[in-house]
Ligand binder design. Structure first.
Ligand code: PLP
Length: 372
């Protein structure tokens, strides 16, 4: 198959993969765990010895995920973060309040949700949350991401949790981008995605304090009756192995590279989204004024760099980012940003090569008037 292998710029492939927020390669330990379990597994619902062993392995994986994350509640294994968010949001028993910068997975599963504003740095307006909670009354559900997938901006989840608790509301945190890399947010529910942290795609979890508050999918026979379908045992074991192998310090160590890149490109005319906010170490959202994000994306791809424009999750569809719009950017400006996301092994050479490519592109395409 013609899959493109992205390694280092100095290897023969010449490709540089800077899209780790879209998905990051599976960790060797996760691949090994997946392969081992996939080769010998039985259905965890079977009553024979093989089935019972599979059940034990599944429960083992569940316990390992909780242990690595330091989670004392239940772990419901899901088909990814979107699936976990869907389970949580369908269980809302009152009004749903969300930030305006959530992932589309939240908006799609809570179409009637009230969207709360963020400031110019992309952080939830806590006064607006407090006011909306007072209007909503007890029983509301607040959905807030821990770190934004487009900008890396970290949300005030601790403050939001306190406000929600005081108002008798529940808090759902989407930790897809932060899990394993930052300390887990304490919330009533937390959505996780394995493929953002070295696990396989199509695997995730909903961490939940009180599973009795979840509304099962009507046809659910698995996961304590909450979800339908045979459990993905290889995926669950690979997810647990990826979390155990993950080294948060390796992700954090890219911060200096990301900051140096932003400083250099800002001097060349880039605008950095959320520059004044606390952010993930590995994500930069860079605007090249006057140049459409899609144009940048394609030119950089031809030059050997894999980055994203707008939200990468919606297969090839690029439109003005709702995240940047919510931060007060014009529609034109919000369509001129690309997301660069480093991984735990991204090298200084790779970032240097990207910075030079960006500068060459800006010199060729960025109108001098806009750049000034
Ligand atoms: N939430 C955020 C913040 C994400 O970045 C993503 C994926 O890009 C998702 C949810 C969806 O995750 P999954 O691909 O596991 O469904």
């Amino acid at each position: 198959m013609g899959l493109v292998r992205a390694t280092s710029p100095v290897t023969s492939s010449g490709r540089v993969y800077l899209d780790h927020a879209a998905t990051t390669p599976m960790a060797p330990a996760a691949i090994a765990a997946w392969a081992e379990v996939a080769a010998h597994w039985a259905n965890p619902s079977s009553v024979h010895a093989e089935g019972r062993a599979a059940r034990a392995a599944l429960e083992g994986a569940r316990g390992r995920i909780a242990a690595v994350l330091g989670w004392a509640g239940e772990v419901v294994l899901t088909g990814g973060a979107t699936d976990a968010l869907a389970l949580a949001l369908r269980s809302a028993q009152g009004p749903v309040l969300v930030s305006a910068v959530e992932h589309p997975a939240v908006f799609n599963h809570a179409p009637g949700a009230r969207r709360l504003p963020v400031d110019a740095q992309g952080r939830l307006d806590l006064d607006a949350l407090e006011g909306a909670l007072a209007e909503a009354g007890p029983g509301a559900l607040v959905a807030l991401m821990h770190a934004n997938n487009e900008t890396g901006v970290i949300q005030p989840v601790t403050e939001a949790a306190a406000l929600a608790a005081r108002a008798g509301a529940r808090l759902l945190v989407d930790a897809s981008q932060s899990a394993g890399k930052l300390p887990l947010s304490q919330a009533d529910m937390v959505a996780l995605s394995a493929h953002k942290l070295g696990g396989p795609p199509g695997v995730g979890a909903l961490l939940v304090r009180d599973p009795g508050q979840l509304l099962p999918f009507p046809e659910g026979g698995q996961e304590r009756g909450l979800r339908p379908g045979t459990e993905d045992l290889p995926g669950a074991c690979a997810f647990a192995a990826a979390l155990e192998a993950l080294d948060p310090a390796a992700w954090e160590a890219r911060r200096a590279l990301r900051e140096a890149l932003e400083t250099r490109l800002a001097e060349a005319g880039a605008e950095v989204a959320g520059a004044g906010a606390e952010r993930l170490a590995t994500v930069a959202c860079l605007r090249m004024p006057g140049v459409a994000g899609m144009t940048q994306l394609m030119a950089l791809d031809l030059d050997g760099f894999a980055v994203s424009a707008g939200s990468a999750c919606s297969s090839g569809r690029v439109k003005a980012s709702h995240v940047l719009r919510a931060m007060g950017w014009s529609a034109a400006a919000a369509g001129e940003a690309v997301r660069v996301s480093l991984g735990p092994a991204t090298s200084a050479d790779e970032v240097e090569a990207f910075a030079s490519a960006w500068e060459r592109l800006a010199a060729r395409l960025m109108p001098a008037r806009v750049a000034a």
